[in-house]
Design a protein around this ligand. Sequence first.
Ligand SMILES: Nc1ncnc2c1ncn2[C@@H]1O[C@H](COP(=O)(O)OP(=O)(O)OP(=O)(O)O)[C@@H](O)[C@H]1O
Length: 662
Amino acid sequence: MFITDLPSQIKEMCLFLLSSTDCPHSQVRVGKIKLAELEQQVLEKASRVETLSRQLEESKLHAGEMQRQLEESKCQQGEVEQQLSVRLRDCEEELARQAARTHQVKYVTEIVEVESSGSQQAVTEAQAKSAALQEQLSLQRQLLRELETQLHESQRTSTQLRAQILVYEGEMERAQGQLEAEMQNLEEEKNRVIEEAFIRAESEMKAVHENLAGVRMNLLTLQPALRTLTCDYNCLKRQVQDFPFMLDKAMTEAKQEICQVIGEVSSANQELLRKYKREMNLRKKCHNELVRLKGNIRVFCRVRPVCRGEHDSAENMVSFDPDDDALLYLSNKGKLMTFELDKVFHPQATQEGVFQEVQSLVTSCIDGFNVCIFAYGQTGSGKTYTMEGVAKDPGINQRALRLLFSEVTEKAPDWDFKITVSMVEIYNETLRNLLGDNQGEKLDIKMNPDGSGQLYVPGLTEFTVQSPEDINRVFELGHMNRATACTNLNEHSSRSHALLIITVAGVNFSTGHRTQGKLNLVDLAGSERIAKSGAEGSRLREAQCINKSLSALGDVINALRSRHSHVPFRNSRLTYLLSDSLSGDSKTLMMVQVSPLVCNMSESVCSLKFAQRVRTIELGNATRRQWENSSTTSSPTHDSVETPPNAQTQQRVYSINSLFDK
Ligand SMILES: Nc1ncnc2c1ncn2[C@@H]1O[C@H](COP(=O)(O)OP(=O)(O)OP(=O)(O)O)[C@@H](O)[C@H]1O
């Protein structure tokens, strides 16, 4: 790591210390670590400076040594030069001497030449000596030149070393300066960090002291609480030890109390049950009395609401009496018409509300009455809605079957009831079995060969309802079979009568008393006058069949009302099938459906007029179909007041109050 890196390190550390204020203890600790690291770095730098100084010293010594060597070289050179110059001088002197001698030699030679050959030899020797000296001189000169070159080299090296020394010294000074500045910075930083850490530590200490004082206070206040808690704990411990015994005791007491209360409640229940049964009997008696007083044909009217998408509202054409729920006003062609019925349901009436008004009639079939509920009205007036309803909000059919099922289940301890269901459709005077497998099969109505005068439909499927799920299955099957037999169910249902026939047969376990009642729930075909609208072909035939059956219904009621000896039940499949429910011992409810639309006003008037006429007819007192258990016969026989639905019925006396206009 270099010294120049240190400031960024310090900066980093300072930022770290400044940024984190949430944990002063750890900051101080981290600051100290950083400081130690920095001090370590300073030490390292110092040792590096020392090394550099040492190297400088060594360089200086080296330079001194070089200087010394240079001096020595210079000295040697001087000496050599001196020696050489001495030698040169000697040589020159020698040469001069030799030259002088040459003249002598020449002279001598000449003499010698003259005089002797020995002299000549001496000259040759002298010349050789002179050549050797010359050679020595040139060697000395070469040595001198080499020494001079060496000297130059030494001088250049010395200059380089000096420059290097100067560079080192500059670097040393700069490093020293930088080091001092950094040391100064570090020292300041260290002092600042220590100061900050100290301040923070002081404030923390203060906070800790305050907390400590708070904790001491708490401790002082908690001590009594602790004493109380300890006391409570001991107390609870004792209670827990005693608890099993107390629990046993409390359980025993509670058991005794519960047994006593159960005894009281069950006796109160018995009493309530007895009262309830008495009330129920009373209610039934009252209802039957009411039916007797009012006549056994009841006529209700239900006005359906204006449906979504229907803009032809006739809210002010149909009005109701706020004080009398039996009156309905219709404003037709500027004329206000008043209709009096047994009950009028306004458009907001719920399915549940409607059913509440008919449920006593429904349950009377458990008591052995034959009941018939018709929905009458033009197409789209709400007949199917009232009878079948919709999946989320079922109509009379489903509610009736469920009610009967729950009632007979309630009576199960004393009675053995059997509920059977059939579904029939009458289209173009043909009877179809809606619960059967063969939808193409046409059914017939026949007289029972046992001589009881009862009618029966050979091949008609009867389902025994044993659970609420069976009820769903029956309706699903009936609906499915009706839908598969036609292309447009809505149109088809408008032009056919749908009958749900529920038979409830019961026997009382203790008395052997038997009852059998029949509930016919009929969604009639649309009552509008289709023939007038110029229908042709199959539509015309449908219209004729509908008209035929509806007028046959009117004829039957008219004959009953007029005490005719002959009641034309056989004039249509519908009246023939319902003959036992329309004759004098039965209860009948006609639910006349009315559309609120202006465009349907004339049909609504027709329906309401028909309803009012029917309402004025009394079929006579309703009587219960019942018989005592007989050891001689296992099949039901009519008691003295029963009216069988056959020809003898025609001889019965009916109290008819008004005429029925066709
Ligand atoms: N009380 C009511 N509340 C809400 N909607 C009703 C009510 N009565 C009838 N409707 C609606 O009016 C429309 C016609 O009713 P619905 O099909 O029951 O008439 P309908 O007389 O049975 O006709 P059709 O003779 O063609 O079978 C249906 O869409 C039905 O849901």
